[in-house]
Design a protein around this ligand. Structure first.
Ligand code: LLP
Length: 382
């Protein structure tokens, strides 16, 4: 936990809006993952938070990276990851992604049968299976539903594995990722059991990759147990791809109160909004909100609203807060995953700075963008 007075210090030193990360919390989450999943190989899904300082820490303790774009592959390479430390995923990889993966010696996750013909010669590959389940999460976050665009159907698995081998690739095994922020752990056991049902047709495998998707309160030992059972059916080693679980609780978005407005609803207006934290608007996500100012009297309920000219630009609804004061700091918690990484420059708003709290000290790990950064790609072209 970052001490409260240090949150104030960081906001004064680096300005707001500001993302802050607690290194010890990332280490603790990784410890829980390793305790639950034993010797499983861990590929951090860097889409959750691709900050180079975080990647360097994870690379330093032997964690691999799951990458879904040329940019993410380049980030993995930038911190020195290569070979078996890089896993390339995604439903529509581009020619440059295959080439970059081949240069690093990465493993590919094949998402459709046609992809077999696109892989660099002699690739190592997994086949992503869509188990066609109802998944307990927001519709945008379910990837293992019958209607979702990911993976091959169970019926297509044997043919895809055969095609990989016939083309001279190493078919390592199967991959499944049913969605993100999944509330009900039994979704995972159902999905893993569906994969195990394929054993009579596909035989033994080197690897079973069960993806990520664990909600923050997920029963990791229960999920790990179900994963181990499925892996043992194939005699396979277990791989996992957590994103959110490793970094969400470590991150807090700090924003300052600009002012208030009462219109029948109580609005507290802040200097951060949908451009810094899109999740409430996009998924109805709820991030805990804490006021860092002292207040007296009964707390009223407030909607936390950002500065964008969009009615949906709300960070939270009906939050009990002591009387807001302009300049007061609000902390939006559990924002380390898919916060900074999904921030945008909409409205020509520079993306926020990011700072890491480590061993009692602050370190700036991303500077606030300057306005010139935002229009440099247009410079001289107007
Ligand atoms: N592996 C694959 C193949 C994935 O597609 C993802 C996430 C992960 C692993 C990591 O999932 P996690 O453990 O973080 O749930 N923007 C959304 C989340 C999208 C996740 C996409 N795929 C959000 O803000 O909640």
């Amino acid at each position: 936990m970052i001490p409260r007075d240090q949150l104030q210090t960081a906001a004064e030193r680096f300005g707001t809006p500001l993302y802050v990360y607690d290194a010890a919390e990332i280490d603790a989450a990784l410890g829980r993952v390793q305790a639950a999943f034993g010797g499983a190989r861990v590929y951090y899904a860097m889409k959750a938070n691709p900050n180079l300082a975080l990647l360097r820490r994870l690379h330093g303790v032997g964690i691999g990276f799951e990458c879904v774009s040329g940019g993410e592959i380049a980030r993995a390479a930038a911190v020195g990851a290569c070979g078996e430390q890089v896993l390339i995923n995604g439903p529509a990889k581009l020619p440059d992604d295959y080439a970059a993966g081949a240069r690093l010696g990465a493993t590919f996750v094949v998402d459709r049968e046609e992809e077999v013909g696109l892989l660099p010669p002699g690739s190592r590959a997994l086949v992503r299976v869509n188990p066609a389940l109802a998944v307990s999460t927001h519709a945008h976050l379910a990837t293992g539903a019958a209607s979702s665009k990911f993976g091959v159907t169970p019926a297509q698995v044997p043919g895809t594995l055969r095609a990989l081998r016939a083309a001279g690739h190493t078919a390592l095994g199967l991959h499944v990722h049913i969605g993100s922020a999944i509330r009900d752990a039994s979704d995972f056991s159902v999905a893993f059991a569906r994969l195990a049902e394929l054993h009579p047709e596909v035989g033994s495998l080197e690897v079973l990759d069960v993806g990520g998707g664990w909600g923050l309160d997920a029963d990791l030992p229960g999920i790990a147990q179900a994963a181990r059972e499925a892996a043992s059916v194939f005699g396979a080693a277990l791989w996992v791809e957590p994103g959110r679980y490793l970094v969400a609780r470590a991150g807090t978005l700090l924003t300052r109160v600009v002012g208030t407005k009462r219109t029948g609803r109580n609005f507290v207006l802040t200097d951060a909004g949908m451009t810094e934290l899109l999740r409430p608007m996009l998924y109805g996500a709820e991030h805990p909100v804490t006021a860092l100012w002292e207040g007296s009297g009964a707390a009223e309920l407030w909607d936390v609203a950002g500065p964008a000219c969009e009615s949906g630009d709300l960070l939270a609804r009906d939050v009990p807060l002591p009387a807001p004061v302009p300049g007061g700091l609000l902390a939006l918690e559990e924002a380390g995953a898919y916060g900074a990484s999904m921030s945008s420059t909409y409205l020509t708003r520079p993306r926020p700075a990011e700072a890491l709290w480590e061993k009692g000290e602050w370190r700036l790990v991303r500077r606030r963008e300057a306005l010139e950064d935002l229009w440099s790609a247009e410079a001289g072209l107007d």
